[in-house]
Design a protein around this ligand. Structure first.
Ligand SMILES: Cc1cc2nc3c(=O)[nH]c(=O)nc-3n(C[C@H](O)[C@H](O)[C@H](O)COP(=O)(O)OP(=O)(O)OC[C@H]3O[C@@H](n4cnc5c(N)ncnc54)[C@H](O)[C@@H]3O)c2cc1C
Ligand SMILES: *[C@@H]1O[C@H](CO)[C@@H](O)[C@H](O)[C@H]1NC(C)=O
Ligand SMILES: CC(=O)N[C@H]1CO[C@H](CO)[C@@H](O)[C@@H]1O
Length: 300
């Protein structure tokens, strides 16, 4: 992207501190001042027009105010999970969500009371004009009720970005990822960002736990990643209730599975976790026993 440094420069111009400008003027030879002023004026004008003329994709999220997005497609993935596709205001808009961040969605439960819950879009800012959520709807879940009721044409109120995790390419040599159920969504988003960036060589080992094969979300996409990027990404599924023919793990994720599939403790690796609370507690104790320091662990 050749445009980026120029764009940054134009921002710096607008942020130019007046005090510096005065210091600059006072310490300049008078004969040079005219030229310097003209130069600054030309620079500012150029930056202004450059800024106006370049089509910077419009970011839609606001961290302080809820904004509404229209549901344009709802695809059932299993008996209780669905993929929701929302339109952004224009076909060239981007959501404006840094990799690893999530959003807060607002809705109403079955009694009509307001609820707010966090969700991690599975799309990236390279997807223009829309964003997608994968949501598991629990029988008595409050926000689950809202999502179950949603029909194409309905609007969802969303604000963000939020979250403590941020990702920069090259931040680590390898990620180990441990996910349970819908805990796959942040892992999926980060994995996509890494694999779709040819310059990002970060390795990923994903351990993904669920009850049945039917519960595995985004399985087709994950399997595609594994076959397309065999030296960079691998996934090991673990099921409580495996089918008859099954070559993944059985039961819960064990310490052995972590040792076999995740990168060994090292300063340039990190283990990311996202799943139900009991799973987090168990996995954290396994990781501690295996010698992963708290710096090497992150829980979403
Ligand atoms: C950062 C982040 C990202 C997330 N991303 C996603 C995502 O992409 N997709 C997604 O589907 N979800 C995601 N979640 C989970 C999501 O925020 C909601 O928690 C989930 O949708 C359930 O909300 P609910 O209001 O329907 O359920 P709730 O009304 O809270 O209940 C859910 C179910 O669990 C049971 N339950 C509630 N509390 C407990 C408890 N303490 N112990 C045991 N059972 C309990 C209820 O009976 C119900 O069956 C994310 C959560 C976080 C924190
Ligand atoms: C995960 O579990 C550990 C150990 O029980 C706990 O210290 C930590 O706060 C938990 N993190 C989250 C985000 O729930
Ligand atoms: C029910 C469901 O689909 N989610 C589960 C996936 O597997 C993990 C680990 O076994 C469970 O903790 C989730 O609740």
């Amino acid at each position: 992207m050749l445009e980026l440094p120029l764009l940054k420069m134009s921002f710096r111009f607008t942020k130019f501190d007046l005090r510096h400008l005065r210091y600059f003027a006072e310490n300049l030879h008078p004969e040079l001042l005219g030229g310097a002023v003209a130069l600054v004026a030309v620079g500012l004008t150029a930056a202004y027009f450059y800024h106006r003329l370049t089509k910077v994709p419009k970011k839609c999220l606001d961290p302080n105010n809820f904004k509404e997005f229209e549901l344009i497609k709802k695809t059932q993935l299993s008996h209780n999970a669905a993929r929701f596709k929302f339109a952004l205001p224009t076909p060239t808009s981007v959501l404006g969500l840094p990799v690893g961040k999530n959003i807060l969605a607002r809705g109403r439960d079955s009694s009509g009371a307001e609820v707010m819950k966090s969700y991690t879009p599975i799309t990236l800012d390279s997807d223009v004009g829309y964003f997608e959520l994968v949501v598991k709807m629990y029988p008595n879940g409050k926000m689950s009720h809202h999502f179950r009721q949603m029909k194409v044409g309905d609007k969802l109120a969303v604000k963000g970005p939020k979250g403590r995790f941020s990702y920069k390419p090259g931040q680590v040599r390898a990620f180990g990822m441990i996910a349970g159920g819908t805990g796959i969504t942040p892992m999926f988003q980060i994995t996509r960002a890494i694999l779709e960036n040819p310059k990002d060589k970060t390795k990923i080992s994903l351990l993904y736990a669920n009850v049945t094969v039917d519960d595995i979300l985004l399985k087709e996409e994950l399997d595609n990643f594994a076959s397309k990027y065999p030296s960079q990404f691998n996934v090991y599924y673990v099921l409580n209730k495996p089918p008859n023919e099954w070559n993944g793990g059985v039961g819960y994720i064990t310490k052995d599975m972590i040792q076999t599939h995740c990168p060994a403790p090292a300063r340039d690796i990190q283990i990311l976790m996202c799943g139900p609370q009991p799973m987090n507690n168990t996995m954290t104790s396994y990781l501690n026993e295996l010698g992963y320091t708290s710096k090497m662990q992150f829980v979403f």
